[in-house]
Write a protein that binds this ligand. Structure first.
Ligand SMILES: C[S@@+](CC[C@H](N)C(=O)[O-])C[C@H]1O[C@@H](n2cnc3c(N)ncnc32)[C@H](O)[C@@H]1O
Length: 221
């Protein structure tokens, strides 16, 4: 097997992405487990995770590392966040915000095993619900993947939790905002609305893994 380090804790194994499994022997979404030198890795499916897709499409800003504090908006059942949990390790922290009770129930099971993840059942727009759990300007990274209408508004509201110079991975779904407009116009509009708070660092087309979203990397001013 050919192993290439993309960062300290993200690997390419024979061309496929993988993270070191924080909980040995445990699968999250049916992913394949592989062993090398007595270490277990979980293969990371780019068709199931837009972060994996962006990395394979050449993402340059890898801000999620060992010890990183991440505010994850739209954590769902925990597919992508489980890999983020692998990457940040025992010294990192992931606050997972999710509006759906049904998804949160599954994510809760994951949090029982993975002690670096903290579940927050809330609308990501209602930041007052979790202001007591997440300190202002305490997070290194915001990862936002919510299928909501006001996506730029949600990121702006949550930017108070991000450190100055912190990175936001902002995944935009044009269909949740306006089905009638060209996706490119919706993407540009959402980014324009954030210009007073963020600088745009990268824009990544995650096609062919996902055709409906745009993946943007922003830096808090
Ligand atoms: C595309 S899924 C997220 C997938 C997940 N990021 C992953 O890769 O594993 C979008 C999620 O956003 C959640 N969502 C939609 N609106 C939300 C809101 N206002 N606040 C919090 N979560 C929201 C949905 O319930 C859904 O679980």
């Amino acid at each position: 097997m050919e192993f290439i380090n993309i960062s300290d804790s993200i690997f390419k194994v024979d061309g496929r992405l993988a993270t070191k499994n924080l909980i040995t022997g445990h699968r999250v979404y049916g992913e394949e487990l592989i062993q090398k030198d007595n270490i277990e890795y979980r293969l990371w499916n780019p068709y199931r995770s837009k972060l994996a897709a962006a990395i394979l499409k050449g993402l340059k800003t890898i801000a999620i590392k060992g010890g990183t504090h991440v505010l994850y908006l739209g954590v769902s059942t925990g597919t992508t966040s489980s890999h983020v949990s692998d990457i940040i390790g025992a010294n990192g922290r992931l606050y997972g915000v999710e509006i759906s009770k049904r998804s949160m129930r599954e994510f809760l099971n994951l949090c029982e095993l993975r002690h670096n993840m903290l579940p927050i059942l809330s609308d990501a727009m209602a930041i007052d619900n979790y202001k007591n759990l997440v300190k202002e300007e305490s997070c290194d990274v915001i990862y936002q993947d919510v299928s909501a209408r006001d996506q730029s508004g949600i990121l702006k509201a949550n930017s108070i939790f991000l450190k100055k110079g912190g990175i936001a991975y902002f995944i935009i779904k044009s269909q949740s905002i306006d089905v009638g407009r060209k996706p490119e116009d919706v993407f540009e509009d959402e980014l324009r609305k954030l210009k007073d708070v963020f600088d745009i660092v990268e824009k990544i087309d995650i096609n062919p893994f996902d055709k409906l979203h745009m993946f943007a990397v922003l830096k808090k001013k």
